[in-house]
Design a protein around this ligand. Structure first.
Ligand code: NDP
Ligand code: GDR
Length: 371
């Protein structure tokens, strides 16, 4: 039985990857952080009771900032494959916590690679690094592919640039099977609530059900190449099944604006929306409402506003990937379109909003967490 170790197993990608590897017959080990609240919601459905023998899904406490703990876990697990998905992954937050982001995202990767080497596993363990389209930042060519020069635009991207190169360095220096997946944005109903797609689907579903009044957005002109996380974790696994380690761009090859994603999400709720104004005065106004999914929205309501607090000190305006290498060499193609993914996310968040609205209508208090 193959053993895999996933850092960031409690995150969006970690949870889908753990499911995929369990389906493939792996024993899956994951590193979870200690938190003051439970933080395993995304993997609770695959949780296995640690009090019984022959567990296939095992969670270990750990942190990418603690090398002693990484060495101990690698020594104990002896993994065939390590997927380094753990990170402070929010670009805007990296401007607020740059040093922490560098410690976890850059040095954390080094600590993990070094832990594999210290345990004498560098010829046995295959290593996947969660690299990112944010490396392209201020884009130097469109679409972006494996050979496009990097130009990071945030502390997050600069930290991930170090992680990208140290992964290649360990491959070249020690003959490790270590590779980078340069993944463009990918989303799902499990996406963190403060990333733009989930903020939109959850916010509009809440507004439709009367739980919130308005969605406050940053730069709605930003263009992104959004895929579905399920498609992307499949590629993470495929990259470790080759004879030689290689780096790949993973993307859909199609881009849309944040504004377009808002319009799609509203349409899924039966809300027809138009935008008026410019810059911070730009608002999204309801044109018409159909069906019974948005009982609390009326024509003429302003349900989207721009708030400059969500602008970033340096923005990545446009990203569009060219996944030809992954397609030609590994036969990988995304199966879920951006619009299908948007519909899935809205349906998921609408169900939750309806549940909350039911409680509210029966007199229970339902505070809504927001940034
Ligand atoms: P999430 O933010 O959903 O998950 C991040 C995971 O990392 C969580 O499990 C989190 O734990 C964990 N983590 C955070 N800090 C630490 C730490 N100090 N030590 C150990 N674990 C830590 O991210 P995604 O699943 O979306 O992304 C997975 C990886 O892929 C990340 O590295 C991200 O930067 C990268 N990436 C993501 C893309 C995307 O569009 N989703 C695109 C390209 C790259 P906790 O649950 O406790 O917070
Ligand atoms: P990104 O994702 O920064 O691309 O990083 P995010 O969804 O946060 O932003 C995408 C774009 O939307 C614009 N935007 C807003 N973003 C947020 N979060 N909130 C807003 O209110 C808002 N309004 C507009 C942003 O300015 C940006 O242009 C994600 C993360 O998953 C990284 O870990 C990963 O490496 C990259 O994708 C690829």
């Amino acid at each position: 039985m193959k053993k895999a170790l996933i850092t960031g197993v409690t995150g969006q990608d970690g949870s889908y990857l753990a499911e995929l590897l369990l389906e493939k017959g792996y024993q899956v080990h994951g590193i979870k952080r200690r938190g003051s609240l439970f933080n395993t919601q995304r993997v609770d459905h695959i949780y296995e009771d640690p009090h019984v023998d022959n567990q296939n899904f095992v969670l270990h406490y750990g942190d990418l900032s603690d090398s002693t703990n990484l060495i101990r876990i690698i020594q104990e697990v002896q993994p065939d494959e390590v997927y380094n998905l753990g990170a402070q992954s929010h670009v805007a937050v990296s401007f607020e916590s740059p040093e922490y982001t560098a410690d976890v995202d850059a040095l954390g990767t080094l600590r993990l690679l070094e832990a594999i080497r210290i345990c004498g596993m560098e010829k046995k363990t295959k290593f996947y690094q969660a690299s990112t389209s944010e490396l392209f930042g201020e884009v130097q060519e469109t679409p972006q592919k494996e050979t496009t020069p990097f130009y990071p635009r945030s502390p997050y991207a600069a930290a991930k640039l170090y992680a990208y190169w140290i992964t290649i360095n360990y491959r070249e220096s020690y003959g490790m099977y270590a590779c980078n997946g340069i993944l463009f944005n990918h989303e799902s109903p499990r996406r963190g609530e403060t990333f733009v797609t989930r903020k939109i689907t959850r916010g509009l579903a809440n507004i439709a059900q009367g739980l919130e009044g308005c969605l406050y957005m940053g730069n709605m002109d930003a263009l992104r190449d959004w895929g579905h996380a399920k498609d992307y974790v499949r590629m993470q696994w495929m990259m470790l099944q080759q004879d030689e380690p290689m780096d790949y761009v993973i993307a859909t090859g199609v881009q849309y604006s944040v504004r377009q994603f808002i319009e799609w999400s509203a349409a899924e709720l039966g809300i027809s929306l138009y935008f008026e104004g410019e810059g911070v005065d730009e608002v999204g106004i309801v044109k018409a409402v159909e069906g019974d999914n948005a009982p609390n929205v009326q024509a003429g309501d302003v349900i989207v506003k721009v708030d400059p607090r969500y602008f970033r000190p340096a923005e990545v305006e446009t990203l569009l990937g060219d996944p030809s290498k992954a397609k030609n060499e590994l036969g990988w193609v995304p199966e879920i379109t951006t619009q299908e993914m948007c519909a899935e996310m809205v349906a998921h968040d609408l169900e939750e909003a309806k549940r909350q609205a039911l409680l509210k209508n029966h007199g229970y208090s339902v505070p809504v967490a927001r940034e």
